[in-house]
Design a protein. Structure first.
Length: 208
């Protein structure tokens, strides 16, 4: 997605959530410098995995486990949103791609990464400590930001991990996208999470 089309939505999200663009941009520049020395993947790897393929995007709603258990995912590309990785790994399923701001079960994400999952690692104003802790432990990393893209830190559109998975699948030309483990009206969540899910509902509704 072109940043000029994403920017007005991003500004609305910042205002609603009370997040700072300056802090997001600071985090992106820190990630960019880290990636100069980290084990990265070419962004074309994502295109190769996704283009023309049928994609399952896994969100971390309580129903994810049951959703996976009644779905045959073989032959499909699996994209896991951060915490959703755990339910997959517990079932010995390795996602092809993990989209993460590094606040899921990182032990499980590192395990999945060692078994081949490409990591789309997101920098924002509130996860600089996580970037410092985990980037050096990961392999096959593509950097992402919700603000202005940099040479090695991309903005595919989307805000929280789940909706960024859907934007990623769209950006790289998935033939179709199926959501598993998404309950965007979940009432058993904190007020901040509720707002994030509301934005996810709007953003996904606009592009799916
Ligand atoms: N009911 C739900 N509860 C949690 N996540 C959900 C739900 N339904 C869909 N999702 C999607 O699953 C994604 C991954 O969930 P995860 O719990 O790892 O959250 P996150 O994006 O890291 O956000 P947070 O900053 O709140 O931790 C979310 O970004 C969200 O889009
Ligand atoms: N600044 C900021 N940006 C975010 C945050 C957050 O907590 N702070 N959480 C997200 C969830 O994936 C996505 N983006
Ligand atoms: Mg997260």
């Amino acid at each position: 997605m072109e940043f000029e089309n994403w920017e007005p939505i991003y500004q609305d999200i910042l205002k609603d959530m009370g997040f700072s663009r300056e802090e997001d941009e600071h985090a992106a520049s820190i990630l960019s410098r880290m990636l100069d020395m980290a084990r990265t993947s070419d962004v074309l790897v994502l295109e190769k995995l996704i283009a023309g393929k049928s994609v399952f995007v896994c969100g971390n709603a309580p129903g994810l486990g049951a959703g996976i258990d009644r779905t045959d995912t073989t032959g499909h590309v699996l994209i896991a949103a951060d915490g959703a990785t755990s339910s997959l790994i517990e079932r010995h399923i390795v996602p092809d791609i993990i989209v993460t701001d590094l606040d899921g079960d990182m032990e499980k994400e590192i395990l999945a990464n060692r078994q081949g999952a490409v990591m789309v690692v997101h920098a924002h104003g509130d996860n600089i400590d996580k970037l410092e802790e985990y980037v050096s432990q990961l392999d096959n990393i593509v950097g992402s930001t919700q603000s202005v893209p940099l040479k090695n830190v991309y903005n595919f559109g989307g805000f929280s991990d789940g909706d960024r998975c859907v934007f990623l699948a769209k950006e790289f030309g998935a033939s179709d996208i199926t959501l598993l483990g998404f309950d965007l009206n979940d009432k058993n969540v904190t007020p901040v999470k509720k707002k994030k899910l509301m934005w996810a509902k709007k953003l996904i509704g606009d592009i799916l």
